[in-house]
Write a protein that binds this ligand. Structure first.
Ligand SMILES: Nc1ncnc2c1ncn2[C@@H]1O[C@H](COP(=O)(O)OP(=O)(O)OP(=O)(O)O)[C@@H](O)[C@H]1O
Length: 196
């Protein structure tokens, strides 16, 4: 996919300026920058969730998104949390649960899972959708350091195994390095990609 952005504004306030971003299967990008600079706004444009901008988005790739909060269906068990949004069958869902270390938790509801387990369920759901590109908005934030490191390693392994590309929004350059992602730094007003 490729985004040629000219401008993104909220009302009279221009948040993002001219920038170009392209990513395909097997490639990994990280969007870095301070709080409020426009990282999530940029990711929402890439995801097709925000169409109110000047510019062009190209690409027919299959996308899946992972958010900072797991955003699960509270009244459905772990398997249904994967089958309902993705349309995959229960066997595939169980396989993905096992891939993320949630074997034995198939019939649990989100509230019966720890925060780290809920995040892994959200990751399993994202990969079960068979994405070409995984869009991730701070998926490792607000986890304790050990859990975040395990999630990062798991994400790396699953991206390797599936060949999916990734765009990671993060505050943390170390996360970008661990994933081997090309780091793009947003800065300025309106924000653009800064040269290193
Ligand atoms: N729906 C909206 N309406 C008006 N302003 C918005 C809206 N969404 C975001 N903004 C503003 O756009 C700017 C960029 O927000 P964004 O959430 O993209 O930043 P961010 O870099 O992801 O920040 P953080 O790292 O804190 O999540 C902020 O100043 C924010 O207040």
């Amino acid at each position: 996919m490729r985004l040629d952005l000219e401008a993104k504004s909220f009302g009279p306030r221009q948040v993002l300026g001219t920038l170009t971003l392209s990513v395909t299967r097997g490639e990994r990008l990280a969007i870095l920058g301070p709080s409020g600079i426009g990282k999530s706004t940029l990711l929402r444009i890439l995801a097709g969730l925000d169409r109110q901008y000047q510019g062009q988005l190209q690409g027919a790739e299959r996308l899946a998104m992972v958010f900072q909060e797991a955003v699960l269906l509270p009244w459905r068990d772990a398997v249904a949390n994967i089958t309902l949004p993705t349309g995959c069958d229960a066997t595939t869902a169980r396989d993905w649960l096992s891939e993320v270390g949630l074997e034995g938790h198939e019939t649990k509801f989100p509230r019966q899972l720890s925060v780290g387990q809920q995040r892994r369920l959200a990751l399993a759901r994202a990969f079960a959708a068979g994405p070409d590109i995984l869009l991730m908005d701070e998926p490792f934030a607000s986890l304790d350091a050990a859990t975040a490191a395990r999630m990062l390693a798991l994400t790396d392994a699953l991206l390797n195994r599936t060949g999916a590309g990734a765009v990671l929004v993060t505050h943390d350059p170390a996360e970008a390095r661990t994933l081997g992602a090309l780091a793009l730094h947003l800065g300025g007003c309106p924000a653009r990609f800064q040269k290193d």
